[in-house]
Ligand binder design. Structure first.
Ligand code: BGC
Ligand code: ZN
Length: 357
């Protein structure tokens, strides 16, 4: 079958014919891939900058792909939860089997670092015509979400991050005096798919939302921002006011450190994005502000199955609340043959580029 493969940590990406040796075990499910999303992680692997990427043991190549939408083709004897025709999304990270967090399905908090991630490190991904997985790693979504279900994997990361934010903020009372978050502001740095999904979540949680970039918004970005009642801030022209929550999706210290002083008492800075090659000094004034204001700094990566399940609920609600908005985030659909070039370079105006199999 056709597959998109890489040779990490070396740069490069190829569409090739590979042997499909995987058998459907008794707890296994054979899935036909419908769509894959492309993201910064994939491009980091393809360009050789994401150095932790590695092939599975015994292979010199890795099948890329961790943002997936698939349809069940065949199930093993012991599988009860899935049947042929179900629409599914696989989780990404697979636990180390030795630390407590992994044992209880919270491999997003793996203690040992010996986890694996499909299409990223140590396990083949899903940019291929078919894949098999154990039923425990799959999440079923309603067929009515098939057109936007490919967004569930990136969204799962946002669900996990909000879980962290809300747990952290139980350190005091962060709700407004009507019990909601309507007196709170959230600013999101970066207007890519992750930034926009953070904006959607923040709006659903009741925050007043600002989406920031150092340029004017693209049409597709503005559509999402306006639909949810958020505001776009072009940092070359407009200034951000005081905020309670700052979410960085860029990974650039030079983008978020200058905004630290905008964070109010008991506020939160979330670092989600990763990048390379940027440096920016943290001043003593910044440190004083973080200390004197009880500012929490949270790093967040990956997601558990629970976060995928909850994410599907949000996709469902946004799908009816904001008709056409989630679809508009899919700015390009490519055939596998055409996708290799797009994995090397991000096209201008992209929110989410997907591969349809
Ligand atoms: C994925 C996460 C993964 C991370 C690795 C992201 O693109 O969505 O599941 O843990 O890459 O850095
Ligand atoms: Zn991704």
């Amino acid at each position: 079958m056709k597959a998109i493969i890489v040779y990490p940590p070396k740069a490069g990406v190829w569409l090739k014919e590979i042997d499909f040796k995987e058998k459907v075990g008794s707890n296994g499910v054979l899935v036909r891939t419908l769509e894959n999303g492309m993201c910064g992680t994939d491009r980091g692997i393809v360009n050789g900058t994401l150095t932790f990427s590695r092939p599975p043991d015994g292979y010199d190549f890795l099948v890329l792909g961790h943002e997936t939408l698939g349809i069940v083709e065949e199930v093993g004897d012991a599988v009860n939860e899935f049947k042929k025709g179900d629409i599914v999304v696989p989780i990404v990270r697979r636990g180390c089997n030795s630390c407590f967090n992994c044992i209880i399905g919270r491999q997003d908090y793996c203690e040992t670092g010996k986890f694996r991630e499909i299409g990223i490190r140590g396990l083949h991904g899903t940019m291929r015509e078919y894949f098999t997985d154990n039923e425990e790693n799959l999440v079923k979504i309603p067929s009515g979400l098939r057109h936007v279900g490919v967004l569930l994997e990136p969204l799962s990361n946002i669900m996990k991050t909000f879980e962290e934010i809300e747990l952290m903020q139980r350190r005091m009372i962060w709700n407004c005096n009507d019990s909601s978050y309507e007196c709170r502001n959230a600013a999101i740095l970066g207007s890519g798919p992750i930034g926009l999904l953070f904006a959607l979540m923040s709006a659903s949680k009741g925050f007043e939302v600002f989406v920031m970039n150092k340029r004017e918004p693209f049409e597709a970005e503005l559509k999402v921002v306006e639909a949810i009642g958020a505001k776009f801030i072009d940092t070359t022209k407009d200034e951000l006011g005081e905020i309670d929550l700052l979410i960085d999706t860029t990974g650039y210290p030079s983008a978020f450190i200058p905004l630290l002083k905008k964070i109010k008492n008991n506020g939160v800075l979330v670092l989600f994005g990763t990048a390379s090659g940027d440096q920016y000094n943290l001043s003593t004034e910044d440190v004083n502000h973080i200390v004197e204001s009880n500012i929490a700094i949270i790093g967040a990566v990956n997601a558990s199955k629970k976060n995928f399940i909850e994410g599907a609920e949000y996709l469902n609600s946004w799908n009816s609340k904001y008709p056409g908005v989630l679809e508009s985030m899919i700015t390009k659909k490519l055939k596998p043959e055409d996708s290799v070039e797009y994995l090397k370079n991000k096209p201008k105006g992209e929110i989410k580029t997907i591969i349809t199999w």
